[in-house]
Design a binder for this molecule. Structure first.
Ligand SMILES: C[S@@+](CC[C@H](N)C(=O)[O-])C[C@H]1O[C@@H](n2cnc3c(N)ncnc32)[C@H](O)[C@@H]1O
Length: 403
């Protein structure tokens, strides 16, 4: 229970109501509290633009996030997590669904599998820290029929863990689908999973400031171990430290779909050929050269969110003007660029001078970003975001060392 208490999960109001509902079910063995829950408390659910429901998170540092985008909770699952996968449904498929929440991503995967597969088998391992959040998945109206299959698997596990007591979900799980449900900190689960198992990993935590522990290099190294060589990790965020973390953990990265946000998410794979699109050029430059590209670290996979955030702040501070160009005023994106704005130019060049780069158009500046001359949106084995980022990092180091 202590992980659940500390983690960033659903808002306290609905958390208490859901716990009460299931506590009543356990003591009375009466199905009414569950069956009436949504109608009684539908104000606590957030209706999104495609008609599917979401919930708000617990308030952390005066911020509340919704579990899904307001543009459409179930649509987000298809757009961000299913469409970028290149599933070959002639073969068996295994998916790891991290931060499974209401079970929408799993349900979208089941829907896609049932529509496109023939004889093959689907295994989905869902991981969610909070019983109450999983229980909410049994209380919202199912956004698609496949959600009823997911609900059955969640209900079975909640009964096994003595949280629910009645078997109310009637839909059977098809024989060619196995759903394993883990209710614990995903950092613990991944360490027990077998090497080289998954075709896809869905990574859907709250934002990096709420849950940096689910975006750390060490967590991603576990992904690298359990994913197949052609597997793909999908996550909605375009954050520089997250992308840098994937590279440090041994992944190639590419641009994910844009849905309900201005920027595309992130895809990561051991195989660059699985990733069609490069990151925007300026994102590559900032990840490679500035302190925003310092990833989250969680050695031991057991540190608190606040500790991980503080440690990163300190690492950024130490790296700035030392191994990384300052991220202030987006300095690195002006390398190789003629600047008209004299005031901004002075600030940029003050930051560059500390890294032995005399000006934005000096030979040193041009040498570092020369690799971007080959930039193209389509990626291939050699010409891709990851190779360019690693090469720019190397060049910056050489320039700083004076050779
Ligand atoms: C953005 S929501 C996920 C929505 C979900 N993918 C869906 O389809 O409904 C983030 C979820 O992460 C869960 N969570 C938070 N910390 C966790 C952890 N350490 N391990 C596993 N799940 C965690 C929260 O309880 C919350 O349900």
């Amino acid at each position: 229970m202590s992980y659940e208490n500390d983690a960033r999960i659903i808002s306290d109001d609905i958390f208490d109501l859901v716990n009460e509902c299931f506590s009543h079910e356990r003591s009375s063995r009466n199905n009414e509290s569950r069956l009436n829950f949504f109608d009684t408390y539908n104000d606590y659910f957030v209706l999104t633009d495609d008609g599917s429901y979401s919930i708000n998170s617990r308030e952390i540092n005066n911020k509340v996030e919704t579990l899904h985008t307001s543009t459409g909770a179930i649509s987000e699952s298809f757009e961000k997590f299913i469409k970028p996968m290149k599933f070959d449904y002639t073969k068996d498929i295994a998916i790891l669904d991290i931060c499974a929440g209401l079970g929408y991503n799993t349900s979208a995967a089941i829907d896609d599998f049932m529509k496109n597969s023939g004889e093959s088998h689907l295994q989905i391992d869902m991981v969610e820290i909070s019983k109450a959040t999983f229980a909410c998945g049994l209380l919202v109206p199912s956004p698609i029929p496949a959600h009823d299959i997911t609900r059955k698997a969640i209900e079975d596990e909640l009964i096994a863990q003595d949280y629910a007591s009645l078997s109310l979900e009637e839909t059977e799980i098809p024989e060619n689908i196995d759903i394993n449900v883990y209710i614990e900190d995903a950092r613990q689960t991944v360490q027990r999973l077998e090497d080289n198992t998954y075709d896809a990993i869905f990574l859907d935590p709250f934002s990096q400031n709420m849950a940096p522990e689910l975006f750390s290099v060490e967590f991603f190294k576990e992904f690298r171990r359990v994913i197949k060589d052609d597997g793909i990790v999908a996550t909605y965020t375009s954050s520089a430290p997250v992308r840098a973390g994937f590279i440090e953990a041994g992944f190639y990265i590419g641009l994910g779909p844009i849905f309900g946000r201005k920027q595309g998410g992130t895809l990561a794979s051991p195989n660059p050929l699985m990733l069609d699109y490069a990151l925007p050029r300026n994102d590559e430059v900032r990840i490679a050269l500035s302190d925003v590209g310092i990833p989250f670290r969680d050695p031991g996979l057991n540190n608190s969110s606040d500790f991980i955030l503080d440690e990163r702040t300190e690492e950024r501070h130490n790296a700035r003007h030392n191994t990384k160009i300052s991220s202030a005023v987006k300095t690195p994106i002006f390398l190789g660029v003629e600047m008209d704005d004299e005031k901004l130019k002075r600030r940029v060049e003050r930051n560059l001078a500390k890294m032995n780069i005399p000006s934005t158009t000096s030979s040193e500046a041009k040498y570092i970003v020369e690799v971007e001359d080959d930039y193209s949106q389509e990626q291939d084995e050699k010409n891709n975001s990851t190779e360019r980022i690693l090469e720019m990092k190397k060049r910056l180091k050489k320039v700083k060392m004076g050779n």
